[in-house]
Design a protein around this ligand. Sequence first.
Ligand code: MG
Length: 157
Amino acid sequence: MRIGYGEDTHRLQEGRKLILGGVEIPFEKGLLGHSDADVLTHAVMDALLGAMAAGDIGRLFPDTDEAYRGISSLRLLERVYALMRERHMCLGNLDAVIIAQRPKLAPYINAMRENIAAALGANAERVSVKATTTEGCGPEGRGETMSARCVCTLESH
Ligand code: MG
């Protein structure tokens, strides 16, 4: 068994869609980035890559590459899953947390779990997604950014 950890932060900006775990969430702002800026899926990918000691998403999917402009991060997650399969590894479990002051994310959590699990060929029972505020503290609390953190285990098969 191998353990991985990943984290990510993106700025919030008007005029962008808010995509978390592949779910489009109605909100007045979205996350800024080269891809769809899905901060949750980015943290998940970095955790999985970390467990494989296979680098990070900045190296695999550089933001200087036009191929990744606006791309759904779930498509990138599928590529990480392909790297797992090459190594004969499958998801043990993952546990992620989104750090955001607003909006309320509870209604969307199960859809995020289903999307991430599907991209990894796993059951959603192996995928935990949680959300927390920072009680108004720091850049997340002021609504300037959203962050996500993830730990995972991979198993050989
Ligand atoms: Mg990112």
